[in-house]
Ligand binder design. Sequence first.
Ligand code: JFZ
Length: 615
Amino acid sequence: MIKKNFTIKACAAALALLHTSPFLSAAEEEKSMDKMWGEKESLNIEAKHPALKWFKDDKYAMFIHWGLYSEMGGVWKDKTYYGIGEWIMHMANIPVEEYKGFASQFNPEKFDATQLVKLAKAAGMKTIVITAKHHDGFALFDSDASDFTVTKATPYKRDLMKQLADACAAEGIRLGFYYSQNQDWTEPYGGEYKGKRPKGYKPADFNIYFEKKVIPQVTELLTNYGDIAMVWFDTPGDMPKEYSQQLVELVTKLQPDCLINSRIGGGYGDYVSLGDMYVPPVRPNVGAWETVDTTNNSWSYAWYDQNWKSPKTICERLVRVAARGGSYMLNVGPKGDGTIPEQAVVSLEASGDWVKAHSEAIYGTTASPFDQGFSWGDITTNGNDLYLHVFDWPAKGALRLPNLGANIKSAIILDDGSEVEVTEDGSILEVHLGSQVGRDLSIIPVVKLTLDSPAKVTNQATQVDGLTPVTLLAEMATTDACSEKGYRWMEKFGEWKHDHFIQGWESKDSKVTWDINVLEPAQYSVTVEYSCENDAANSEWILSCGDESITFITFESGADSTKSFQPGPARQRNFKVNLGVLDIPKAGLNQIQVTPRILKGKGIGIKGITLQPYR
Ligand code: JFZ
């Protein structure tokens, strides 16, 4: 049996796909994509840097993608390129000289560093990390190592990073720099250069770029702008490990307190940056980590992108990440003129009001005692205090938790201190919210539960509470002669989506198991979400819980048109199908299992099984 502890997938990995060598097979491409982000190696990162204290306590940072591409806003020569805006040089195949020439149009006269820093503060964020240099090679700072900088190549001429550093220092916000160490599309010796290589070029010439640009620029960034909280490196790709090591030594020498993220490559870094936008459903087992996310879809400003996250969604994602023990870095993409899109400002300010009103439930907290979240919301912890963040008010007005191995001393609504009734029935704790209904509470009410000792959760099985629907995801399963695999694909260019599936069924004896802790023995209606390739169509399956079972047949789920960005076979769409009613007669620990009855091909990919109380 393989117990799936969370493994970091290079899930959203790899724009690399589009610029890896044309001589690689699909399997090799897959491998080089994993390598692109250096995440496999990063699994061994031991979280021991003293600065991780603030990183873990503060939880929340602002990410900023800003550069020449922001002025283009997703448009090149009257054509819109849908996808992450900062990749427009790549998407539109803009020749190096033309791209560089565009710097004459970058003139962010409306940029106000203080206003930006104040926005981060209003949002409840404690750190700002900005693209000092992205893959296009353009520097938002003055540099002796390049002429392709805001100071030398634009009409604006002033050092933007200096302004930001001063504003951060004045306002008490930490500053970090994003620096693309490997990819540099305008440097003839940089990684994934987009123009014609100089005569006699050999891959080892990367060294020229590294010595002449990376080392001097990282030195400048860590010398001329005061205390730097972190350098956020990205896309190491196949850059030899020695370079990553050299950067670690440089950063540590110049500013020993400065953190480095795992995308430096080579297995280095102080903490792990998960695949883009991934909020892990099960607590990762990787030391310190962060999720990076966007306020809309694209990292840098794109004129058409209006998929703004609501204030509540922002708060929910922050809480989910904090509840799994991580930190959250949320991106905004200023426009070329330096202003922030209005909707991002509105959402950040409104979510910030909630964060501030519930600051004790966020800052300085630790993960939930439960490795997984709940469908009604999630939990953060501080010593004997548990904070229950209620995203969805439960229909019956009560939240059910298993006994926490401690006595309850008090339960209040954090908003206003009003008392909440809690009852205990043997192994079950009920938090009664009925009397709160109709009251004017904040977007996510928080119940503060004070215990007489820290909560103890002895079994990490998924809690099936009999009140709310519960989805058993592939990531939570234990597999036997089948396996859990993360798939990734792009919708618009660079917007990675990921699904995890139980797949690769070897025989009729293969099985997948989910441990559940049933708080209410009852009937549950069962839904399965699966993808199924043509050769696995008409497979038959048995889903069981003890002696009770449901038999079902699966059908081809159809290929997705986004497959062109996906290596290997076409990505299948998912089907979500109601399977019927399952009796779970026994409270306490149970197992939900799925096994093939008649297996065709390698079988289906199961994304999840939902148990919904049947009434
Ligand atoms: C990288 C950049 O290429 C992108 O422009 C943006 O800056 C983003 C934050 O980082 O893109 C990545 C990097 C890593 C993964 C996915 C996209 N990953 O590991 O899944």
